[in-house]
Design a protein. Sequence first.
Length: 142
Amino acid sequence: MTHVERTITVSPGVEEVFTYFADFTNTEEWDPGTVRTTRLSGDGGVGTTYKNVSEFLGRETELTYETITYEPSKELKLRGTNKTATTVDHLTFKPSGAGTEIHYRADFEFHGVAQYVAPIFAPLAMRRLADKTAAQIKRTLG
């Protein structure tokens, strides 16, 4: 398993930031790898599913995400799956002055042939994407 994590501080308060991230369709704004995200079912809480199309290493990939942890203003966790990978996006939120500190961790587990190829090529690309994502979150939320 491979992971990346970043901590970002933004200006809006915890409740506003949590609400923004809890709507996973907002990945189109804050995740530079996302091409589009569509809610498939649910109200945003545990069990809500999304179809996410992202670009990684020059290829588009589609994952189905499910919200698996939803603790308002504290924690979100979503699991994305397809035949080549399982990802878990884990976000925690806490007050930081007048703003919010976001801790973001993404775990990646690759399946099939990808489990042999990804460890060679993916780590550097994932670190770069994590840096771009942190910068995009900062630009989007201030």
